[in-house]
Design a protein around this ligand. Structure first.
Ligand code: FAD
Length: 490
């Protein structure tokens, strides 16, 4: 019997179901007869950092509140600490030691996190805690396949998706654990430690989301599970996961994709569990492939941490990016004069979400039409996206800029008008997010400057209600191809 607690540190795994670190911590607590201490640490960067987002903070805070209630219902609770973790955890251990456990070893369980920041933080914490008699136990759970589990035949990391995906499929066919049940009962908190008063200042408790609350996804594990179940069960009606391949690129279709990205980012639902439920369902394979993209970008950044701040292909650091602020500001605010780009950017500001096809169009436009550094776009996305995720966002931006893992790098330049016509054929997406163009029908709505009569008929004066295009796409395309070719020749 031991009174020294087993600690479980929740990070991006805010769930009770299919949680290997939670199960291991419970087993350890039972085996040693120790109390279980679940904690969450409010790292300052989660709330106030240059890459933080009021939308994401709100979603996180609400999800934490639900997790805390779920732990309490099961006889435990959640202690929230004010970060940074590198000082909060040693202070916690000192407090536990002061409670009469001067030398007893302490076990701390975590789910491995793979971002460069998380890795260096966890290294620093392990170093600080080891001399205090604390052993760190890191378990899988954030991705389906761990980033260091798949290497090419030559022992190098994968930089191309298709062969990675092939190996990933082999791996999940051979070795994927069945989802672990959520515990119904938990060991108690250590005596004297009660539910923490929420670390209010650190949690940004009074910061509201910048997007409209009604348009944000419902936080918490329960809602994530309900959304995942509905997405999977709709297969019977040829909807949800079953119609994904046909619907996923249609910009106006709000049910064509799962909208599970924020839940996956915070670990409200286990990606392994989703794959386990779907790996043998033929119609679900195009969607399972997207979950593998998530793992792919996690392992890209794991093996090439330099890509968090610089080009994955180092030669692309020589691109001479545009230095003026105005094109970037016009893009951020959705006033480029290209309706599908503006709709995308306004969807982001209004909802904290952007359709995947729209993300590709908007990112291509910023980097290839406006020649603005992808890092500025990446930062703007992180400041607003409810699913803002270091690996997926960085991967998506570098893919779009040409500096990343795309097999045909810089000469892929999306034509924003053609993309609008193809993926928003009746203009419903533009009409929803750019209401000043709502009276135009397709195809005029995707290129109003080419349709002066339709504009006049709808009472729209370009330059007044809606801007003229800030660049000519054909001219911009030629400028970018020349700039990239020149920089890469050096
Ligand atoms: C420039 C750019 C930036 C992006 N930034 C992010 C980001 O910050 N966070 C984020 O989660 N995704 C990001 N993506 C990927 C993708 O756009 C979103 O995951 C997707 O739109 C979320 O909607 P969904 O949950 O309905 O996706 P679904 O189509 O239902 O896909 C299911 C899940 O698979 C994963 N996924 C899908 N596509 C990708 C992809 N290309 N890369 C990695 N994972 C993927 C997500 O977890 C997603 O929830 C970005 C893509 C681009 C092009």
């Amino acid at each position: 019997m031991s009174s020294v607690p087993t600690i479980l540190w929740f990070r991006r795994d805010l769930r009770l179901a299919d949680h290997p670190a939670l199960v291991a911590a419970i087993e350890h607590a039972r085996a040693t007869g120790s109390p279980l201490l679940p904690i969450f640490v409010w790292e300052p960067g989660l709330v106030h950092g240059a890459r933080s987002s009021a939308n994401r903070t709100w979603f996180l805070r609400e999800s934490i509140a639900e997790l805390s209630a779920a732990l309490t219902e099961r006889g435990s609770g959640l202690i929230e600490l004010e970060g940074p973790a590198t000082s909060a955890l040693p202070a916690l251990v000192a407090q536990l030691r002061g409670a009469g456990n001067a030398t007893a070893p302490i076990s701390l369980f975590i789910t491995r996190d793979h971002t460069p920041y998380a890795r260096s933080r966890d290294r620093a914490i392990a170093e600080k805690l080891a001399p205090l008699g604390v052993a760190l136990h890191a378990k899988r759970g954030l991705s389906v396949v761990e980033p260091d589990e798949l290497l090419t035949g030559g022992g190098t990391p994968y930089g191309v998706y298709t062969p990675y995906f092939r190996r990933w499929l082999e791996r999940i066919a051979a070795d994927l654990h069945a989802p672990l049940q959520a515990p119904t009962q938990l060991p108690p908190l250590p005596a004297g430690l009660h539910h923490s008063p929420l670390a209010r200042a650190a949690s940004g408790a009074d910061t509201p989301p910048t997007a409209a609350r009604a348009l944000l996804p419902v936080p918490g594990e329960r809602a994530a599970r309900a959304a995942a179940d509905a997405w999977i069960e709709a297969a019977a009606r040829r909807a949800g996961v079953a119609s994904y391949a046909e619907q996923r690129d249609l910009l106006a279709d709000e049910t064509g994709t799962s909208r599970l990205s924020a839940a996956l980012h915070f670990g409200l639902i286990s990606p392994s569990e989703l794959v386990h439920r779907l790996r043998d369902v033929a119609s679900a394979q195009p969607w399972v492939r997207q979950l593998a993209w998530r793992d792919f970008y996690i392992q890209v950044l794991w093996h090439a941490p330099h890509a968090a701040r610089a080009s994955w292909r180092p030669a692309y650091d020589a691109i001479p990016w545009e230095q003026h602020d105005e094109p970037f500001n016009a893009w951020c605010e959705g006033r480029t004069g290209y309706p599908v780009v503006d709709a995308a950017m306004r969807q982001l500001l209004a909802t904290g979400f952007m359709h995947n096809r729209a993300r590709m169009i908007a990112a291509s436009f910023l980097t290839k039409d406006l020649l603005v550094d992808w890092r500025r776009g990446e930062g703007h996305f992180l400041n607003h996206l409810i699913d803002g995720d270091i690996a997926a966002n960085n991967g998506g931006w570098q893919w779009s800029a040409g500096s990343g893992t795309d097999a045909q790098p810089y000469f892929r330049i999306f034509n924003p008008v053609a993309q609008g016509e193809r993926f928003d054929p009746d203009g419903a997406y533009v009409r929803r997010w750019v209401p000043e163009l709502a009276a135009l029908s397709a195809p005029a709505i995707h290129a109003p400057w080419k349709h002066p009569e339709a504009c006049a008929g709808a009472g729209i004066t370009l330059g007044a209600q809606y801007p003229e295009p800030i660049v000519d796409h054909a001219v911009a395309r030629a400028r970018t191809l020349a700039a990239f070719a020149h920089a890469l020749k050096k």
